[in-house]
Design a protein around this ligand. Structure first.
Ligand code: 5GP
Length: 184
């Protein structure tokens, strides 16, 4: 499971690994956040209304869900089972609460926290991305400080200072995690 503050470079890291041929399965989460420009329903997320999200919670459709940056995000049990059934490496992108909740299940999980090199770099990346307004960026920065404080709860911390190096470290971590979890 991969967690990182917004803007730390999770997507870039996962794309770099995909380019190197590392196949990772990623269950699509449900969110009540509005799609950003270029995002598609059913690709980045299933974008749902708060009411539709409530129904999924009531149905017990989520393995875990949490409120993050003022919106709700959840992992669908059916999506996760579908990915697990293929037998490959499954990577979940969760916030810290999601990581804690998933640990309470009996799923075999290893967690990695992707940290930005510094809070200054994180702020630069968030502003350069240009997908959020100032208030949202400020909220994400405040939350990032809290997430960083919880990084020691993870099995491993990778500092995303240089993409190729971080991707290599993630590869090594994945091999070790597979061995630790005895999933060959
Ligand atoms: P974004 O709005 O930038 O796409 O995602 C914000 C954050 O929501 C991510 O960095 C990740 O920590 C969290 N997140 C995304 N999907 C899930 C999910 O299914 N469950 C939980 N708990 N957090 C999620």
């Amino acid at each position: 499971m991969l967690s990182a503050p917004s803007g730390a470079g999770k997507n870039a890291l996962l794309s770099a690994l995909a380019k190197e041929g590392v196949k990772l399965l990623h269950p699509i989460s449900v969110t009540t956040r509005a799609p950003r420009e270029g995002e598609l329903d059913g690709r980045e997320y299933y974008f749902r209304t708060p009411e539709a999200f409530d129904s999924l919670v009531a149905e017990g459709a989520f393995v875990e869900w949490a409120e993050v940056h003022g919106n709700r995000y959840g992992t669908l049990r059916a999506e996760l089972d579908r990915c697990l059934a293929t037998g490959g490496d499954v990577v979940l992108e969760l916030d810290v609460q999601g990581m804690r909740n998933l640990r309470r299940t009996d799923l075999p999980v290893m967690s990695v926290f992707l940290a930005p090199p510094s809070m200054e770099v994180l702020e630069q990346r968030l502003r350069a991305r240009g997908t959020e307004d100032d208030a949202t960026i400020d909220l994400r920065l405040r939350n990032a400080a809290e997430e960083m404080a919880a990084r020691h709860e993870f099995d491993h911390v990778i500092v995303n200072d240089e993409l190729d190096r971080a991707a290599h470290e993630m590869r090594v971590f994945l091999d070790a995690a597979r061995a630790d979890l005895n999933v060959e």
